[in-house]
Design a protein. Structure first.
Length: 126
């Protein structure tokens, strides 16, 4: 059994597209779903240590307990948890990936954007 991890928005509109994308991208059977409203903003800004620790503790279970082979961080169009526009959310995604790489240096971490049509695109992280 191969696992990967999604740090996804709680929005129902992102769940299935992200699941299908990550299963294919990481060649995984299962996707551990960690959901919060606006997770890219939470991880980029780290203003709520409680939320950050909650996300990290769940990622730890996926990575250490399930041997997750990759992590995808998600942002999406018209997010209620992060109402910023796409340009600003791209900055948040970059920050979220950089933050996660400090904790999970041995795991591939990617950034994903889900558009208004439910299409998932992998975003280049610089």
């Amino acid at each position: 059994m191969e696992f990967c991890t999604a740090i996804n928005c709680m929005s129902g509109q992102t769940q299935l597209p992200v699941l299908y994308f990550l299963r294919e991208r990481f060649k995984a059977t299962y996707v551990d779903m960690i959901t919060e409203p606006g997770p890219d903003l939470i991880l980029a800004k780290q203003t709520s240590l409680t939320l950050v620790q909650s996300i990290l503790s769940r990622v730890d279970i996926s990575v250490r307990g399930h041997g997750s082979r990759g992590i995808g961080v998600v942002a999406h169009h018209e997010c209620s948890g992060n109402p910023a526009g796409k340009t600003e959310q791209m900055v948040h995604l970059q920050g979220a990936v950089r933050f996660l790489k400090m904790h999970y240096a041995d795991v591939e971490i990617i950034a994903l954007w889900v558009d208004e049509n439910g299409r998932v695109t992998e975003v280049k992280v610089e």
